[in-house]
Design a protein around this ligand. Structure first.
Ligand code: UT7
Length: 324
């Protein structure tokens, strides 16, 4: 028997305020047409004043617990992937722990920017497989709107806010790739590319929060290459190939990156979950949001083989293969 981490529930939360592309036409030199054709984004959600990452994470976590038919007392740990914590410390995860009324277990944050949810999933899987925890809430949550320079048209039009959550649970499996749960993963980073995407502030440098800076065009080219590579590495480790994939659930940064990666893998767009038009790039929240929407729309079903992949600041990138 092999111990595996299986998805038991999924949920998400999006702030009420929807911001259409036309909003940016009034503040920078851009157009709805440019944003749609270059990125695939049509609208995004922005958090309300006073609404924080932990507030959104708590709402997504409650939705995932409901979907799993569990209560917070069943959970041993919380991992929050975020680049936009409420405070420099304590971790957003401990605030979520308090927000959920969880009085035991442990909670911590993971910072791998847009790839954060992949890194969080892999860590949660390791904690479950090694017997440290039975059930873990894995959350991706971001208020990326608070990191935007609203005078920089190259970045301010691309990002949005939101949160998504999974409940992972240990189960006894056979050890073959027919098992449900996380089957394989692949993690990477390369600090030499830090200037491609970063925030120009922080506690130990400027003492400020800073704003997003991005060399979008260079990152675009790197993204398709790296995402295809990491998806293939993860599939290979699981003893599976592109033909076995039911769904690609990609990080939602740009529809052209999503299409390029699917094309390189030889997988038709009908097998790709796409939310970028409605959510924009929500960084670490984009994958759990897409999983939640994909399930709610009746696309992702029990037993489906999913490859999920992401790349972001660092650069950091990776992929996970799981059977739903
Ligand atoms: O989540 C982390 C990972 N993030 C990504 O992977 C993002 C990767 N990059 C991208 O998604 C794309 O590179 C962008 C959507 C950011 C940009 O698309 P692009 O096709 O790479 O455009 P570009 O950067 O090469 O810019 C083309 C032109 C430039 O003008 P010139 O130099 O050709 O005159 C830009 O100044 O578009 C201009 N431009 C804009 N025009 C209107 C840049 N931003 C805008 C804008 N509206 N918002």
């Amino acid at each position: 028997m092999t111990r595996r981490a299986m998805v038991r529930g999924v949920g998400h939360y999006l702030p009420e305020r929807i911001v259409p592309n036309s909003f940016f036409e009034d503040i920078v030199d851009t157009s709805d047409e440019w944003i749609r054709t270059r990125s695939g984004i049509e609208r995004r959600h922005f958090a309300a004043e006073g609404e924080t990452t932990s507030h959104m994470a708590v709402k997504a976590a409650k939705a995932a617990l409901k979907d799993a038919g569990m209560s917070v007392g069943d959970i041993d740990a919380i991992i929050v992937a975020t680049t936009t914590p409420d405070l420099t410390f304590p971790s957003t995860a401990t605030m979520v722990q308090q927000g959920l009324g969880m009085e035991r277990g442990f909670a911590f944050d993971i910072q791998a920017v847009c790839a954060g949810f992949i890194f969080a999933l892999v860590n949660a899987n390791a904690l479950i497989v090694t017997g440290q925890a039975e059930r873990i809430l894995v959350i991706g949550a971001e208020t990326f709107s608070r990191l935007l320079d609203m005078k920089d048209r190259a970045t301010c039009v691309l990002f949005g806010d939101g949160a998504g959550a999974l409940v992972l649970e240990a189960h006894a499996a056979t050890g073959t790739n027919a098992d449900r749960g996380i089957l394989a993963s692949d993690l990477n980073s390369d600090g030499r590319d830090r200037d491609m995407l970063y925030v120009d502030g922080g506690p130990s440098s400027t003492g400020t929060t800073g704003v997003v800076k991005m060399l979008g065009n260079q990152l675009f080219r790197r993204a398709v290459e790296r995402l295809t590579e990491t998806a293939h590495h993860a599939l290979g480790k699981a003893g599976l190939s592109d033909n076995d994939v039911d769904w690609i659930v990609p990080h939602q940064a740009n529809i052209r990156i999503i299409q390029g990666t699917a094309k390189k893998m030889g997988i038709p767009m009908e097998k790709v979950i796409v939310t970028v038009a409605d959510h924009g790039n929500t960084s670490a929240a984009s994958i759990p949001l897409a999983l939640s929407v994909g399930k709610a729309e009746g696309k992702i079903k029990k037993g489906d083989l999913i490859v999920t992949e992401a790349i972001g600041g660092g650069l950091a990138w990776g992929g996970v293969v799981l059977r739903w």
